[in-house]
Design a protein around this ligand. Structure first.
Ligand code: ZN
Length: 162
């Protein structure tokens, strides 16, 4: 069947940012499995996968606006060093911050000058054009349970409860 909304899709992928250096990939024999059509993967990738079937192998390019977004200058902010408490911070550090809504946000220390720390809250892949190499390994209809849960359940019978 063709990839469409409410399908469970399995695919092998690699990702590079234009220079060919692979920065992310599915593990050997462990494809990415996701519920199609609800934004579990970046929008530009989801859209371009529509209509493909198991066995298809494609190269897909996703511009920043359809990927992790454009770089937002407003997401680069200066904060007081004391906001980090006892944590020793240095330029280049990356860690996960948690906002008021319990969302996890990857942040990067851009620079430190005296008591001022410049923090970049942009997604690490914001502003990047994403180059995917994709091999679709399976497409099937989602079960009622998967649709209710809003995610794929493993083909190995593994199940979890939210
Ligand atoms: Zn579940």
């Amino acid at each position: 069947m063709k990839i469409a909304s409410k399908c469970i899709v399995s695919l092998d992928y690699t990702l590079h940012l234009g220079d060919g250096d692979i920065i992310d990939r599915s593990s050997e024999g462990e494809p990415l499995v996701y519920l199609h059509g609800i934004g579990q993967i970046v929008p530009g990738l989801e859209r371009q996968l529509e209509g493909l079937t198991a066995g298809d192998a494609v190269q897909l390019t996703v511009p920043p606006k359809d990927g992790y977004g454009e770089l937002d200058p407003k997401a680069i902010q200066e904060v007081e060093k004391k906001a980090f408490g006892d944590r020793a911070v240095k330029a280049g550090d990356e860690f996960i911050a948690v906002d008021d809504h319990e969302n996890e946000i990857p942040v990067r220390i851009q620079s430190i000058e005296g008591e001022k720390v410049t923090v970049d809250f942009n997604h690490p892949l914001a502003g990047m054009t994403l180059h995917f190499s994709i091999k679709v390994t399976a497409v099937r209809e989602a079960t009622e349970e998967e649709l209710t849960h809003g995610h794929a359940h493993g083909g190995d019978g593994h199940h979890h409860h939210d």
